[in-house]
Design a protein around this ligand. Structure first.
Ligand code: ZN
Length: 135
């Protein structure tokens, strides 16, 4: 991936993961350029198919495009085509899905894993989370 694309995607996201909203300065692991539609499924390197993602979200999403909610197959959140606020809301340090898409994304990306909730708890206590402006 070229440096310009990486810079564009990172700046566009304000340095926050476009799934779980954690800021790159608050995470010990490097962030990734995430292919929303994975290359394995024909996704391209174009910025319209790229999202800024924390290590955990990127690792858990892998090549997934969907999850299951009450037995129904549901596509995962698409940061370029969908509004974060429409699909998710914070309940303290817990990310709740407001839609089937949001619920599936939280589940597949394991956004409420114990260590991730614990980190958000610490950030909330320090006033650094959740972000004031959701991109
Ligand atoms: Zn994330």
């Amino acid at each position: 991936m070229d440096v310009a694309s990486r810079r564009l995607v990172r700046q566009r996201a304000g340095g926050r993961c476009e799934y779980c909203q954690i800021h790159e300065d608050d995470e010990p692991y490097a962030f990734h350029l995430e292919h929303i539609i994975p290359k394995k499924h024909g996704g391209e390197d174009d910025p319209s198919n790229l999202a800024w993602s924390c290590h955990s979200c990127n690792l858990m999403k892998g090549a997934n495009l969907s999850g299951r909610v009450h037995g129904e197959i549901v596509t995962l959140f698409h940061p370029r085509r969908q509004q974060w606020n429409r699909h998710f809301r914070w309940v303290g340090p817990i990310l709740a899905g407001k839609t089937k898409c949001g619920i599936a994304t939280v589940q597949v990306l394991d956004i409420n894993a114990h260590d991730r909730v614990k980190l958000r708890d610490i950030l909330i206590a320090s006033g650094a989370f959740p972000p004031k402006r959701i991109i």
